[in-house]
Structures are given as structure tokens and as C-alpha cells.
Ligand binder design. Structure first.
Ligand code: FE2
Length: 430
């Protein structure tokens, strides 16, 4: 074999469940064995020593055309979504393909080091030059040997509101962009928003494509485009191929209406993507106190049987000044904002940045079982909850069967009389 990872603990969601720890055998970029005490040898062996080995992190919602542009041409002073969109509009005419590619590749380096090996990125198609589309298609080609990049044609300024946006979107799909995006709440009227959802879903159905719309990223409880998105998904038979991103208005909606909405979303097989780091900072900006958290209803949707994943959305761009490609930071924030503190709920937050996100992207060969792609992350944690708590170091990242990144464990030495020489921040009993 090419590589064996020995004595690995797997996350709960890994299928099939094993007596643990297990050894994972890899050959020709595929997992070929998952069993205790694997009787085989490999050119390279890694001893996980009981630590967690997970399929890679998956970011189902990102903006790679804007990433790492923080401060260009200026910083978002109000911190609002709308100033972020205006700021992006100021930056767009100054974008060059070289700079876009360089920033995106740098972000992908960070992502790999964080064990983030699949990203769905929206790319703005409102610039008729389609500069960002060309740049991210080039980035997709360059990172393909180690990272799955899926692109969404995103009409940032509104497919109806912005002249030529639908034509640009269609051109970008013809160029190789994978998924149809939209932004109904940014159209000029509710009716235009609903019309944009219909138009884009019909186009996706015609083309046999997936849909992922920025939907209801608003504090307005009457922003109900998710209802149209679910109804259109059902009407056009797009079940399982559509995601609504953000859905923050659901936080502010009337409970009775939501009790009717969630079954519609579930029956249509529409997935939900919450972006906790971004929406806890962008939403509720016009509130005084009490101030709304603004994240969509994550535990309620999960309980209703809707697929829910967490996205990073932004890293150092017009909307968000922080971030480093760490999906454990995303899960950590999602857990807090949604108050998902029960044991099962914390595991569900880990799933939201791994298996659930992979399902929404339609990733093939994702998981830890014979036949799956050999993409794995060894974490300096014993289980997913500890991984979230510590935002654990990625001791080793394996992509396509090769170790592509290593990092040291987080340890601190102590010089205290009568106390241990080192701490690892893990709970050691007895
Ligand atoms: Fe977004």
C-alpha cells in the first residue's frame, strides 16, 4: 500500500461504524481498507495514536473572488452587508486577473493546511468582462490535483436589477461554471425577487444544473423567497439539487409561518447553508436592544429533516475582516449562535462542516470506507467535540492519497513549581 494511518478514531458520522481504533489503508489515491490491526505494510505509515481522523472539511459557501482583498480600496466602515456590496462594487473595476488568481491560490494554500479540501465558491457574474469567472476557472484547474473547487454563477447585483446579468450568467455557465446562483432579496421588489427565483430555477432545470441562491439574507421577516425557491424546486423536479444560502430572515419570521414553511422545504429536498461567522456580524445591524442574532433556524431545520451545512462565506474581504479557512472556527461559531450545546447537537455542528456539506455539493467518494477517495485529516483531538473546542491542529492532511500538509500539535510548556511541564488543553482524568 502507499500509506497506512494506524489507530485512528473516526467521527460518529463515518460509515460504516467500526470497532475503534482502526487502521486506514490507502492505495492509488483510494481508501482500500478500514479495519483494526490491518495486516499490511505501506511505504509510509502514520500513527494516529487514537486521535480523530475525519474526511476533509468542506466549505459549502464561499466567495473566492473577493477573498484576501481586505482594505482594498478601503475598509467597510459600517460593517453592514449593504456597505460590503457597495465596497465590492468600488473594487470590481480595479480587479486584475493576476491579482485575483494570486489571492485565490493563497487562500487555497491556507485551506489545504486547515484540512479544507472542497469549496463551493460563488463568483460574481455582473461584470461583463467576466474577469473573476475566468480567473476562478483557472484557479479551479490549478488546484484540481489537491482541492475540489465548485463554482456558482452569482449575480451579485441582482439578475433582473443589473442590466445584462442573466446573459453574463449564461455565458459563465457555458464557460464551465458549475452551479446557478441568485440573490432574490436584492432585487428591487418582492415580485422581482420571486421572478428571479423562477427564471434561474427554470434555467438550471433546462441545463441539468444544481442551484445555490443567496436567499433572504435580511432581517426582514417578510422576505420569503425561500418559499418560492422550495415551490419552484418541487415544480421543476429539482429535489436534492437546490440549496438556499443564508436564509437569515427565517430568524425573524413568525413561528406559525415557519411551521408551515419547514415541511415545504423538506418535501422539496432543498438544503440550507448557514454562515454563522458572517451572519452574527452582519445581521441585526439596525436593531438597538434586544439585538437579533440573525442566523437561520439551524436546529429546527435539522430536526425537520432538512440538510443543513455551515459555510465560511468570507475571509478578509469587504464583508468580513477576519478568518483563516478554519471550518472548525465556523462550526464553533455556529454551535454558539444556535445554542447547539447538547452532545448530539455538537456532533451535528461537526457534520455541518463535513458530511452534510459534502452531500450538498454532491461530492463523489467522500467518506472513510473502502472505495472512497483518500482525502483525510488527522486532528490533534480525540473526538469531534474536542476538535471544535480546541479548533484542533491538523497534524496531517491527506489529499488524493498524499500527505500535503503537516502541523505541530498545540502544546505550551509551563515553568511552575509542583505543576506539569506541559499542557495540551485536553481533559485528562485519573
Ligand atoms: Fe455569500
Amino acid at each position: 500500500m502507499d500509506l497506512i494511518i494506524r489507530r485512528a478514531t473516526l467521527p460518529r458520522s463515518a460509515v460504516p461504524q467500526h470497532k475503534q481504533p482502526v487502521d486506514i489503508g490507502i492505495e492509488a489515491a483510494r481508501i482500500v481498507a478500514v479495519e483494526p490491526n490491518l495486516a499490511a505494510h505501506a511505504r509510509e505509515e502514520i500513527d494516529a495514536a487514537g486521535s480523530l481522523v475525519t474526511p476533509p472539511f468542506v466549505d459549502p459557501h464561499f466567495h473566492m473572488d473577493a477573498t484576501l482583498s481586505y482594505g482594498l480600496p478601503r475598509v467597510n466602515a459600517s460593517g453592514t452587508l449593504l456597505e460590503g456590496i457597495a465596497l465590492w462594487g468600488e473594487l470590481k473595476p480595479h480587479l486584475t486577473q493576476e491579482a485575483l488568481i494570486e489571492r485565490a491560490l493563497q487562500y487555497c494554500d491556507w485551506a489545504v493546511a486547515r484540512g479544507l479540501l472542497a469549496i463551493r465558491s460563488h463568483v460574481d457574474v455582473c461584470d461583463p468582462r467576466l474577469l473573476a469567472v475566468e480567473a476562478l476557472l483557472e484557479v479551479k484547474r490549478r488546484v484540481a490535483p489537491y482541492l475540489d473547487l465548485q463554482l456558482v454563477a452569482f449575480p451579485q447585483d441582482g439578475v433582473l436589477r443589473s442590466a445584462g446579468a442573466f446573459e453574463n450568467l449564461k455565458r459563465s455557465i457555458a464557460m464551465g461554471v458549475d452551479v446557478v446562483g441568485g440573490i432574490p432579496h436584492f432585487e428591487r421588489t418582492m415580485a422581482d425577487g420571486a421572478q428571479s427565483v423562477r427564471l434561474l430555477c427554470e434555467f438550471a432545470a433546462e441545463q441539468g444544473l444544481r442551484v445555490d441562491m443567496h436567499c433572504d439574507e435580511s432581517d426582514d421577516p417578510l422576505s420569503r423567497h425561500i418559499e418560492t425557491l422550495a415551490a419552484e424546486t418541487h415544480r421543476l423536479g429539482l429535489h436534492g439539487r437546490v440549496a438556499g444560502s443564508h436564509l437569515t430572515s427565517m430568524h425573524s419570521m413568525d413561528n406559525y409561518y415557519v411551521s408551515k414553511l419547514l415541511p415545504l422545504v423538506r418535501e422539496a429536498g432543498v438544503a440550507a447553508i448557514a454562515n454563522p461567522l458572517i451572519n452574527i456580524t452582519l445581521q441585526g445591524r439596525s436593531d438597538t436592544y434586544p439585538k437579533r442574532r440573525g442566523m437561520t433556524r439551524v436546529p429546527e431545520m435539522m430536526a425537520a429533516g432538512i440538510d443543513v451545512a455551515f459555510g465560511h462565506d468570507c475571509v478578509m474581504d469587504p464583508w468580513y475582516s477576519l478568518g483563516s479557512g478554519d471550518m472548525l472556527e465556523v462550526a464553533h461559531m455556529g454551535l454558539h449562535v444556535a445554542q447547539m450545546t447538547g452532545v448530539d447537537a455538537m456532533h451535528a455542528c461537526f457534520d455541518a462542516v463535513t458530511v452534510n456539506a459534502a452531500r450538498i455539493l454532491g461530492l463523489e467518494g467522500y467518506g472513510i470506507a473502502p472505495g472512497c477517495a483518500a482525502n483525510l485529516v488527522l486532528l490533534d483531538a480525540r473526538d469531534p467535540v474536542e476538535a471544535i473546542r480546541l479548533r484542533a491542529a491538523r497534524l496531517a492532511v491527506v489529499s488524493r492519497g498524499k500527505v500535503v500538509s503537516r502541523a505541530p500539535a498545540a502544546r505550551a510548556s509551563l515553568s511552575l513549581e509542583g505543576r506539569p511541564a506541559e499542557v495540551d488543553f485536553k481533559l485528562h482524568r485519573g
